[in-house]
Design a protein. Structure first.
Length: 349
């Protein structure tokens, strides 16, 4: 009997602020509107999965603050009966991100307050009681206690992932995009205890040392397989997946490699790309959970990520999967070139 998916890690309130343009230092710009939404891996993936399949058993493990913002986050989770929120604790101040979104270009800048995310540690995971098929956790680089050294492992996250695998749970990790982050120090050790790795091209290049973009921004397609192979060689046990605006790709440990071009959407459909990378990961997790092959999982993940662009947050636009796929095909037909032709930026959180 299937036991569902557990999503753990970063949990924030995103305040998405729309601005005329990004100002120079000491200059002024106008905020033309704002939207408050849940953010972080735990909210983005769990709420997306709950909307894709309301019958899918889900669990959330994360911390929010004992404050109004924390109550807001808990209420968003509680609106979905399929999500077990017994693992949502409240302590400290709720983490938040101010997302400055430039109108016209869609470019975003993130101002992040760590808050209660820094308090999540190994003690919040009890694998003697947790019944689940897959544990998806992240983001590596912003979970202070889980990124910290452990007496018996390179990091505390490695302890958690190993304990999960020992309990018969498949593991999945994600990373955050941070300039100058400690990728080489923190990520490879975790990959030794990881079944599924789903990251963007910036993170993949930082982890593997393999460039995936030309200086002019073009994709170095011949390096995609090399980067996936490097992730597998670092220890990923099942699927190494990389997504980027133009294309997604994945490699299975048995050597099977798949590439899929991104979906095209009418420009007027797109409202925000905040959290679309997590929407993509949710599609990969759903495919893995349902026993789909990597190629079909990539197709679903790309569609879910693209459709998420129709809402302010990662999960706001999401509808049940069958309906979503039907709508994606329709949207693709309305665009002049159809689907799998033009990239959509899902590389940021």
């Amino acid at each position: 009997m299937k036991k569902g998916i557990t999503i753990a890690g970063s949990l924030t309130v995103d305040i998405i602020k729309y601005i005329d343009r990004y100002p120079d230092i000491q200059a002024l710009t106008h905020i033309t509107g704002q939207v408050r939404s849940t953010g972080g891996l735990c909210a983005n993936c769990a709420l997306t999965l709950a909307r894709l399949d309301p019958a899918l058993p889900l669990k959330a493990i994360a911390l929010v603050g004992d404050d109004e913002a924390g109550d807001f986050v808990v209420s968003r989770f509680a609106a979905h009966p399929s999500i077990d929120i017994s693992g949502l604790g409240q302590a400290g101040d709720t983490s938040f991100t101010d997302v400055m979104t430039e109108q016209g270009t869609g470019r975003r800048t993130f101002f992040y307050y760590p808050g209660s995310n820094t308090l999540l540690g190994p003690g919040h995971f009890d694998f003697s009681r947790l019944e689940t098929d897959i544990l998806h956790i992240g983001y590596i680089l912003v979970l202070e206690q889980l990124d910290a050294p452990d007496p018996d492992y390179p990091t505390a996250l490695c302890r958690v992932l190993h304990a999960a695998q020992t309990a018969g749970i498949r593991t999945s990790i994600d990373v955050v995009s941070i300039a100058g982050g400690r990728y080489g120090e923190l990520v490879p050790p975790a990959l030794r205890y990881t079944d599924y790795c789903c990251i963007n091209e910036y993170e993949a290049a930082a982890i593997t040392g393999i460039s995936l973009r030309e200086i002019d921004g073009g994709v170095i397609k011949q390096n995609l397989l090399l980067a996936c192979r490097a992730l597998i060689e670092m220890g990923v046990a099942r699927w190494a997946v990389i997504h980027m605006p133009e294309i997604s790709c994945g490699l299975e440990r048995n050597g099977a490699y798949v590439e899929r071009d991104s979906w095209q959407l009418p420009p007027e459909f797109i409202k925000s790309s905040v959290g679309a990378g997590d929407a993509f990961a949710a599609g990969i997790l759903y495919g893995a959970y349902q026993g789909l092959d990597l190629s079909e999982s990539l197709r679903i993940a790309g569609a879910v990520a693209a459709y998420s662009l129709g809402g302010a947050g990662a999960s706001d636009a999401i509808v049940p999967l069958a309906e979503l796929m039907e709508k994606m095909e329709s949207l693709a037909e309305k665009s002049l070139l159809g689907h799998f032709k033009k990239g959509i930026d899902i590389s940021q959180r």
